[in-house]
Design a protein around this ligand. Sequence first.
Ligand SMILES: [Zn+2]
Length: 393
Amino acid sequence: MMVLRNARVVPELMEGYEGTHADIVIEDGLIQEIREPKTVSGGEILDMTDRTVIPGLIDAHLHLDLKGTNVFEENVQPDAYRAMTAMKLAQDNLKMGYTTIRDLGDRNNIIVDFARAVREGYVTSPDVLASGKIISPTELGNEFFGDMYLEADSPDEFRKAVRKQYQKGANWIKVMGTGAVMNPGAEPGQVILEEEELKAICDMARFVNLPVSVHCHGSEGIKMCIRNGVRTIEHSSIMDDECLRMYKSTARSFMIPTLSAPHAFLEMSEGMPKHYVDKAARIVRILDEGMREAYRQGIKMGWGTDAGVYEGSHGNGIYEFRLRVNECGMSPKDTIIQATKNNAEILYIDDVVGTIREGKKANLAIYNGNPDENIEILNDVALVIKDGKKVTI
Ligand SMILES: [Zn+2]
């Protein structure tokens, strides 16, 4: 038994407990009890005075198979090498408090297999949900990422592609719905999927019981996704008023903004491919304004960093927090709620993680200070607990 004694907690992230401080009892990988502060004795006592305990962070959009270095060099690395570097990058995220991550695109489905090794306890890592290869129509620049795309054109080919990813063991289906910033020649706002193709994808994914995630920068693509019940709409960069209205009135589709990618491409433009920088420059202000407005309207949003797109992005989750707080006017507490409770609900894992509740997994992040008041505190990690054990990597 381990006891986090006299921990400061965030009431919005607690279930079944009211109060600002608590003793949290952990055993067998689970949160067993939440009691009044300084009331539990016995077991291994960890004094949490002046520390804040929050549910482990969840990143709903990253790529463990990308280091953010030269794409062409990365493309030709063998799978075993990439699996090993993925493990290191997963641990970089874990050390900063991310205890669950969703990987939305790798080469050759290696992260699907990596996720299995994590589930079976062979690897110290955040829990991993993985889409494996990204299903995409034949599109400009797909070859830039080597084996990352599984191409399909026509409803039948998309049905087959969904089944292929299901067969590989994917937890999510990831599809390209509009052009990508990182594909040379592609236009971010442009819809690249026909609606009947998207409908076929969603129908087949429902049939094999997998949720769908679609890469979508532009308004028309976003609307098509909401109409067809896509669960997560990645990036959601360019939104008109109708988009915002549709998000506001649906309870089945959610945006996973990733402000980090375009901001990083501009901030660290030296050495970046020119097409990354050019396209990021075109969308970044529109993206920030859209997010500010979505937040103002109270639209529920998730959390993603797109880590893997620039060097050093894994383990630099603080960057996305800074952007949402400093550029989009979100409160530190709300961003933490987005990265925990909201993401757990959106990813259908809120029965086990996302809040601190008796019976949930003991996946917890502990910081020296109050990150819900000052987001910079997220850099000051005191301890991460995963499956009830202290992370010591
Ligand atoms: Zn991505």
